[in-house]
Design a protein around this ligand. Structure first.
Ligand SMILES: [Zn+2]
Length: 462
């Protein structure tokens, strides 16, 4: 009964929402459906048919062949880059719109029986399918909006480049890095818009819109102990497994120093406006740099803890070779998520100190560098705030740092400032990206279509 009583209120709220014109919604819907129904799983499939389908649509919409680049390091991992020309003679560097077309593996048997990860199913106000959230919604919206600008004869004040790329989800042929390496001129830009930002809802009410301006980076370490071993009937105190276990126990008890930066201070100050209860005061104090408040919040909330410090955690384990032999090898993988301003050397040196055992070697598996976040561009923040206020009054815009990683890091490292912004909203704590029954609310998808249409137009207007 309660639900029935609420229904008219919800319908009124939906009616009040601004949405793209019906024909534009249909176009975005069809592109999205086509993308979802092409299985582009990162390790078992290919992105090439996705970008070929996009190229067909762009050609049909009048984009010349000379402005469409299709290619990749191997035949199954193609990317597409399309250039939408700005006014002739413009001195402004281009704006880059980025999304990835690969998705995390999904098996039909792991999903609810009435769903299929590679069928676009529309139900109860949601679109279901692998990639509906990560990252084919944004990819489809970029394509639909570009086609709309073209039809409307929009002439931007700078070139707009769209790149839809492969292997963001951990494959070996990352499209952004490949393009930067082999075809930097194709995607070189003043700045880029990417995934990594999103809106949060609480019980269906839109609360905040995150703009990702920085991200933590990943380092994987191997803790390894070698030993000459021997017969297990004659144990020795010097045992590879015990050395490793001691090191991991010390790791589990260690916390990296708490720290904040311009982005996270701003984040917690803004967050305080969207939260309720006693935590609000602490969040505000973090915004003012209080270490005590950081301590309190980090101890209680794992999600915020990971925004306030570098974290390292054991994720894999191996060791021993027989039930009746002393182990000759014990090893663990330790996955670290590093604050953008902590250096790789600092993390390595800290781990060696924490391990405090010269029998345990600590090595990092791949060379990496710290990449600072992008500066908060006033023009971008102003437009995001203006459009947010128009479409979703009361929603707070929050510059944020992702604790996960995106391709934004590669762009930032190459000197292209990158901002994660989508206008796609999801329920707080309910992300199904990478997981079972991935979905996107229809209202959120079309709202983001309009948001990004306005945003890109405003950023590239005379
Ligand atoms: Zn993604």
């Amino acid at each position: 009964m309660k639900r029935l009583a609420l229904f008219p209120l919800i319908s009124l709220a939906l009616l009040a929402q601004k949405m793209p014109p019906e024909a534009e919604k249909q176009l975005a819907h069809d592109i999205y459906k086509e993308m979802i129904e092409i299985n582009s799983s990162v390790t078992t499939s290919t992105t090439t048919p996705v970008v070929q389908a996009v190229a067909r649509r762009l050609r049909a919409a009048g984009f010349p062949e000379s402005d469409i680049f299709l290619g990749g390091p191997v035949p199954g991992k193609w990317n597409i880059v399309v250039r939408y020309h700005g006014a002739p003679g413009s001195k402004l560097k281009p704006l880059l719109l980025l999304a990835h077309t690969d998705v995390v593996e999904a098996k039909k048997e792991d999903w609810s029986p009435d769903l299929d990860p590679f069928k676009f199913i529309e139900r109860d106000g949601f679109f279901y399918g692998r990639g509906t959230a990560d990252d084919k919604a944004q990819a489809a919206i970029w394509v639909a909006n570009l086609i709309r600008y073209k039809r409307e004869g929009f002439v931007p004040n700078r070139d707009i480049i769209m790149a839809l790329t492969a292997d963001e989800e951990g494959g070996t042929h990352n499209g952004v890095r490949w393009l930067l390496d082999k075809h930097k001129d194709l995607i070189d830009a003043d700045f880029a818009l990417n995934e990594g930002g999103g809106g949060e809802m609480v019980n269906g009410k839109k609360i905040s819109l995150n703009v990702q301006v920085a991200e933590k980076y990943v380092m994987n370490f191997r803790f390894e102990v070698r030993n000459k071993g021997g017969h297990s009937s004659v144990p020795l105190p010097d045992n590879a497994i015990y050395h490793l276990a001691g090191a991991l126990t010390r790791l589990s008890q260690y916390n990296f120093p708490l720290k904040s930066n311009e982005v996270t201070k701003n984040y917690f100050s803004q967050l305080a406006k969207t939260e309720t209860g006693p935590v609000v005061a602490s969040l505000k104090q973090i915004g003012e740099g209080s270490l005590e408040a950081m301590n309190r919040v980090a101890a209680e909330y794992p999600r915020w803890n990971s925004m306030l410090r570098t974290t390292c955690v054991a994720t894999m384990l191996e060791g021993g070779h027989a039930t009746n032999a002393l182990p000759q090898l014990a090893a663990a993988t330790v996955n670290c998520r590093v604050m953008p301003d902590d250096s790789p050397e600092f993390v390595l040196e800290t781990l060696k100190k924490v391990v405090a055992d010269d029998k345990v070697t600590v090595t990092s598996s791949r060379a990496t560098t710290a990449v600072p976040g992008s500066a908060l561009r006033p023009d971008l923040m102003k437009q995001i705030t203006r459009i947010t206020d128009t479409l979703w009054p009361g929603v707070v815009v929050i510059p944020s740092m992702s604790t996960g990683a995106t391709d934004g890091k590669a762009l930032r490292a190459a000197g292209i400032e990158t901002y994660g912004v989508s206008g796609l909203f999801g329920e707080r704590g309910e992300s199904r990206a990478h997981g079972q029954d991935e979905r996107m609310s229809q209202d959120s998808f079309y709202g983001a279509q309009l948001f990004l249409y306005d945003l890109v137009r405003a950023l590239a207007a005379n």
